[in-house]
Design a protein. Structure first.
Length: 1206
């Protein structure tokens, strides 16, 4: 069964895949004395012939004497990590050999080392063309942190060599402390690793434990440091305390690559003799030299002994020259016996070998007692910077023979490509995604069969994945590396995620010259991620001898160098024997033949990813409003496009995505999309939602006509939509909360935009008022309506403040408020004037086209934009956070229509056409709803022949004295020629039922007054009449007063409506008349017609409005609207006369607290039901004699069965 922590049994490497070969990282003892400690005692290595002559007691005495004499010169260091040993070996070490076996073959760690051009005889970084590319000599004092000094000397020199710094001094104290005091990186969002840390032992602290290049490299590559010396100054004396945790994740400079250079001293495992054979690789010397010239100082380790004020077997004090010809035991390597780290800063090929000591008489009183070692094979020495102060050696420097047999771990630290500045360096990468805080941990493994490893990361923010890195253990390796976005496939055989199942974003296959931490830039393949995205780094690393690196941390409970942690879902592996595509989770699954008794296990994969914060970029917000089912492209007589249609909108959206990037374009709608034509009516809005999903809307606000099909249907449409609906002022009063989210937060790169939805309070009367009431007739829903607008302003302001507090950089009000013909307190411009914090208002409702700037209550300009109606165009708002500018424009018609969207719409229309294309009548004249521009409503400001026709149809259907039709309910012209069933529905798309009441003359006059209150501005409540005529004086201010819900509350002052006649006779205000219209007006109080509330209902509901229109043409006009009929004049039969002088001045915007009641307006609402399929199939009956037979009947509640088409 899978376990949370996976353990591994050590077995012979020949049996791998089920059991990889393990290479332990080192001894748990402190190797820090001048001579390596072995079993608690210092150890020297004089010639074996001398040791044999001394005997056991003599050898012990000699060792003790040297230990006592040389103890003050201790140079503390730990052996280096990453040793690879034959299976079954008992040798444990932190410094590894460079020449090891695998399955009987030998591996050359220096494979792939370049052949270098001729190098100079001498090179010294202290004087390169007169400039020093080395920092000053420092003193580690009493502490065992030479490894930190050697490391940072290399990094500092690299900064100077590459011109990234003119003067630099980095803190060794910071590096040493946080190597052993790692922690969860949740305190710094730019770093992300598990709670990994190296550990101390035997009573040591971070400064006395010692260290290795592996610890230094892992700590720096993790993002801990390096920092300026002033942040955590090092002292030579005892008593140096810890470092403030707040500095843990600070980096004044970061290492980007750590190159493990080829080894000069190579140790090849001799399988026959079960030992290591020592050889020297001269080519590695040139590799180190070239690195010195190209990148600066090189960190290295060696065995330090007897480097005091007097000469010794290895140290020539007068020449500051050191050389050790160490004689190794069978299982020893340089990585094991080295104990001090330094920085190589140059070389001198001519430094005479005679300057290095080969013999030494330790006891003056016994001159015949001589220690000796083999002399160097030739001249030449490294120029080395030490960390024992300037008073030691040659100003802190010394010469180290090329032929010293303990030299190892040549390491070059390469700084990021950024100019160093203490506390203010602008790093190349903003974030590091990682789980491997301690590198390989306690050691590393290899396998004889192919293996892959992967880390999966989840994006924390809006970032660009720009680079990845891997830890490679041996030079000459080949790496197959790939990065995937949003992997999601689950492997059926294992039930684990396949990290390579996402979109391949980048890959590489390379042979690497050096081992170490290698960073690979993605270049043009860099890709953006945002919160919620995941991405994976997948690698396979193969050594030159054919073995595969197991790229995962190892945690060894019996021999602990590091503490590492791993959680499910972070790291994965797969191997060939179990199926190279069968991925396993490193935290949950056994890798090979692990058993519960084993004392070590694998944790995270050693793979990182580097990101930069996605820069603030300009983004576009495309917006539409009042589409009213205008799904198709239309043209005028000259062939010019008068509307773009949804297919054209799709093209505009795709063009914007190409210009700004797909993630930087939004498409939003400001309401009234789903009602207005048969495609909406017959599907109760479903077809419109489907088309909007096809185009790709992101956010929408419900307009008043989204409510026309009823509350349940609205909720259904919202759930069906892919767009997020928002309205901060649409309240569910019984639930005590808004029905939809007050705002929707979207992000474009790092920029957050809050869309605050605002629905006009006119909705209470501009849609069916019955939809907003409970069974007792009380309001169940509200829109922050009051007579002054203050309640609306307060709600909007609170929502804007909440959005800002949640991190919104910009606030866009997505409003359905309107301007022209709208009550002043609820206009978009008035809301802007009474609030602050809104950057853009995308508006709708009044069917206007404009882009203008309006001052808010703080005097700041706010963009206000609206695009007209029926997709005359779409608007484009461009916000550029970098310059903090906002522009607005109306998009030009596209050259082409998007084929996919066009085909989608055609499929819907073809299906509807089976019903809608049936011819029901003919007209010899144009029946007018619009002005000649095709978009301005004529029926909302004056009489038209279509208005006359509809009012006549209502009156005839129910046999009333008067017929009334609200202009907002008449939605389409009828062209001369055949009149189809679809044409009739287009004229009256709301499918309202007819109704008849008995009302007083006063109520009728009040209704007329209500309808003309906004003239000359249009109003959906403007009444077209039958059996009634009247005059309007626009030079008389409207006397209409409204209540808080926008309904008629009386008239005060001279009347605009004059000379009202019924069938040619002056109206009698006290008499009663029968009035035919739709339930929306007469029964439900739509458009604010509250004056009919007390009227006697004679016919509560009968037929549908468009059915009555068809019936009237067929039965009363003989199926033809003739050219010589009463409807010949497009401007009507003279029933309504508009008179007046100059247009009245616009009503002023109210101030908070102003008690004046200003008149709102709106469009007609729809009933909740639509025509059923059965009714459509019986069209001739329904539209002919059947309707005629029902005329003048008085039916209170006729039963009607209708099937909704969705």
């Amino acid at each position: 069964m899978p376990r949370a922590r996976r353990r591994k049994r050590s077995r012979p490497h020949a049996s791998r895949t089920a059991s990889p070969t393990f290479l332990k990282a080192g001894l748990p003892c402190r190797i820090g004395a001048t001579l390596s400690l072995r079993e608690g005692m210092p150890m020297i290595t004089p010639p074996k012939s001398l040791l044999a002559r001394l005997g056991r007691i003599g050898r012990a005495a000699l060792a003790l004497a040297f230990a006592c004499a040389l103890m003050p010169l201790i140079a503390h260091a730990e052996p280096a990590a990453s040793a690879k040993h034959p299976a079954g070996s008992v040798v444990q070490t932190e410094r590894g050999p460079a020449f090891v076996p695998f399955d009987g073959a030998t591996y050359n760690p220096n494979a792939g080392v370049a052949t270098f051009a001729a190098l100079p005889e001498r090179f010294d970084l202290r004087n390169v063309n007169g400039a020093s590319l080395v920092t000053s000599v420092k003193d580690q004092g009493v502490y065992s942190d030479c490894w930190a000094f050697g490391t940072l000397s290399s990094l500092e020199s690299n900064l100077l060599k590459t011109g990234k710094a003119a003067n630099v001094d980095l803190s060794e104290r910071h590096l040493a402390w946080f190597a052993y005091n790692g922690a969860d990186d949740s305190d710094d969002a730019s770093l992300w690793a598990a709670g990994d840390s190296f550990v101390t032992g035997n009573g040591n602290d971070a400064y006395t434990q010692g260290g290795t290049r592996d610890k230094a490299a892992a700590t720096l590559m993790r993002g801990y440091g390096a920092v300026d010396e002033a942040a955590a100054p090092h002292q030579a004396e005892a008593g140096m305390g810890g470092v403030d945790d707040g500095l843990r994740t600070r980096s004044d400079v970061r290492a980007q690559n750590v190159n493990y250079l080829p080894e000069v001293n190579v140790f090849a495992y001799n399988e026959a003799d079960d030992r290591y054979d020592y050889t020297r690789d001269a080519s590695a010397v040139d590799a180190v030299k070239a690195t010195l010239m190209e990148r600066g100082a090189v960190d290295a380790a060696y065995r330090s002994s007897g480097q005091g004020d007097e000469s010794s077997l290895h140290w020539n004090h007068e020449e500051s020259a050191y050389y050790c010809a160490y004689e190794y035991d069978p299982y020893e390597t340089a990585a094991q016996v080295s104990n001090h780290q330094v920085a190589i800063v140059g070389w001198d090929d001519s430094f005479e070998k005679e300057k290095f000591p080969t013999s030494y008489a330790p006891f003056p009183s016994y001159p015949s007692f001589i220690l000796s070692q083999d002399p160097p094979e030739g001249d030449g020495a490294w120029i080395v910077k030490n960390s024992w102060g300037e008073d030691w050696g040659d100003g802190g420097y010394f010469y180290l023979s090329y032929y010293d047999t303990t030299l190892c771990d040549f390491t070059s630290y390469v700084a990021e490509d950024a100019t160093y500045a203490a506390e203010s360096t602008e790093h190349v990468y903003d974030g590091i995604y990682q789980y491997d805080g301690a590198g390989m941990g306690d050691g590393w493994w290899y396998s004889s069969t192919p293996m892959q490893f992967a880390n999966v990361f989840e994006a924390r923010g809006f970032e660009t994945v720009s680079a990845v890195s891997a830890l490679v253990n041996e030079a000459g390796s080949t790496i197959d590396l790939a990065v995937y976005k949003n992997p999601s496939t689950i492997v059926s055989e294992t039930g684990r995620l396949d990290p390579a199942s996402g979109e391949l974003m980048w890959s590489t296959f390379q042979t690497l010259d050096y081992a170490g931490y290698r960073t690979f830039e993605l270049g043009d393949a860099a890709f953006e991620v945002e919160p919620g995205d995941t991405f994976s780094v997948v690698s396979s690393i193969r050594f030159s001898d054919g073995a595969y690196q197991i790229s995962a941390e190892c945690d060894d409970g019996s021999y602990e160098v590091a503490k590492t942690e791993c959680a499910p879902g972070q790291s994965y592996y797969t191997d060939e024997p179990t199926g190279i595509d069968n991925w396993f989770d490193l935290a949950l699954d056994d890798m090979g033949g692990e058993g519960a008794s084993d004392d070590f296990w694998f944790n995270n994969a050693t793979l990182k990813a580097y990101t930069v914060q996605t820069p603030e970029r300009a983004f576009a917000i495309l917006h539409t409003n009042d589409v009213h089912c205008g799904v198709d492209e239309t043209f005028d007589k000259e062939g010019n496009a008068t509307s773009i249609g949804y297919a054209g909108l799709s093209t505009i959206k795709k063009e914007a995505e190409a210009a700004f990037g797909a993630g930087n374009v939004a498409l939003v709608d400001a309401g009234d999309a789903v009602q207005g034509k048969p495609i909406g009516t017959l599907s109760e809005g479903s077809y419109l939602v489907d088309i909007m999903n096809q185009v790709g809307y992101d956010v929408a606000v419900p307009g008043n006509h989204e409510f026309d099909y009823g509350m349940d249907r609205l909720r259904y449409l919202v759930n069906r939509s892919n767009a997020a609906y928002t309205s901060c002022n649409f309240d569910n009063l019984s639930a005590g909360k808004t029905e939809f989210a007050p705002y929707v937060m979207e992000a474009y790169g790092p920029t957050k935009v809050a869309y605050v939805g605002i629905t006009t309070p006119e909705t209470l009367t501009a849609s069916n008022p019955a939809h907003f009431k409970d069974a007792d007739g009380n309001l169940a829903y509200g829109f922050c309506q009051d007579e002054t607008g203050q309640e609306l302003y307060d709600r909007v302001q609170q929502t804007v403040d909440d959005a800002r507090a949640a991190g919104a950089d910009y606030v866009v009000a997505l409003a359905h408020l309107g301007e022209r013909g709208v009550a002043a307190q609820w206009r978009a411009s008035t809301v802007i004037a009474n609030t602050s914090g809104i950057d853009v208002v995308i508006d709708g409702h009044s069917h206007e086209q404009y882009e203008r700037r309006v001052a808010n209550e703080d005097g700041e300009e706010v963009v206000l934009a609206q695009t007209g109606t029926q997709l005359q165009t779409c608007g484009k708002i461009v916000i550029d956070p970098a310059t903090d500018t906002i522009s607005a424009e109306l998009a030009k018609p596209p050259v082409t229509q998007d084929a996919g969207t066009a085909a989608f719409i055609k499929g819907i229309e073809d299906e509807l056409g089976k019903t809608l294309d049936a011819v029901v009548a003919r007209s010899e004249v144009k029946l007018r709803a619009y002005e000649d521009d095709g978009f301005t409503w004529a029926v909302r400001t004056r009489e038209t022949n279509l208005g006359d026709l509809v009012a006549d149809a209502f009156r005839a259907e129910l046999g009333a004295d008067i017929g009334l039709a609200n202009g907002g309910g008449i939605r389409s012209d009828v062209a001369p020629g055949e009149v189809t069933y679809g044409d009739a529905i287009a004229v009256l798309p709301f499918a309202n039922a007819l109704c008849m009441v008995e009302a007083t003359g006063q109520a009728i006059v009040d209704a007329l007054e209500m309808g003309v209150r906004n003239l000359p501005e249009p109003s959906g409540s403007f009444l077209q009449t039958s059996g009634l005529s009247f005059e309007v004086r626009t030079d008389v201010p409207s006397p209409v007063k409204l209540d808080a819900e926008g309904a008629f509350a009386g008239a005060d002052g001279p009347r605009r409506v004059q000379n009202v006649r019924v069938n040619g006779q002056p109206i009698d205000l006290g008499a009663t008349y029968t009035v035919a219209s739709i339930t929306y007006l007469l029964r439900d109080g739509g458009d604010g017609f509250s004056m009919f509330e007390d009227a006697n209902v004679l016919v509560a509901e009968q037929g549908l409005d468009y059915e009555a229109l068809i019936s009237f043409i067929q039965n009363d006009l003989g199926g033809v609207v003739a050219a010589d009929s009463a409807y010949a004049n497009e401007n009507g039969a003279g029933r309504i006369t508009v008179k007046g002088g100059a247009d009245p001045a616009p009503l002023p915007a109210p101030k908070p607290g102003d008690a004046q009641k200003l008149a709102p307006t709106g469009d007609a609402a729809a009933t909740t039901a639509v025509l059923c399929a059965a009714a459509l199939s019986a069209l001739a009956c329904v539209c002919g004699s059947g309707l005629a037979a029902r005329r003048r009947e008085r039916v209170e509640n006729p039963a009607r069965l209708r099937e909704n088409l969705r």
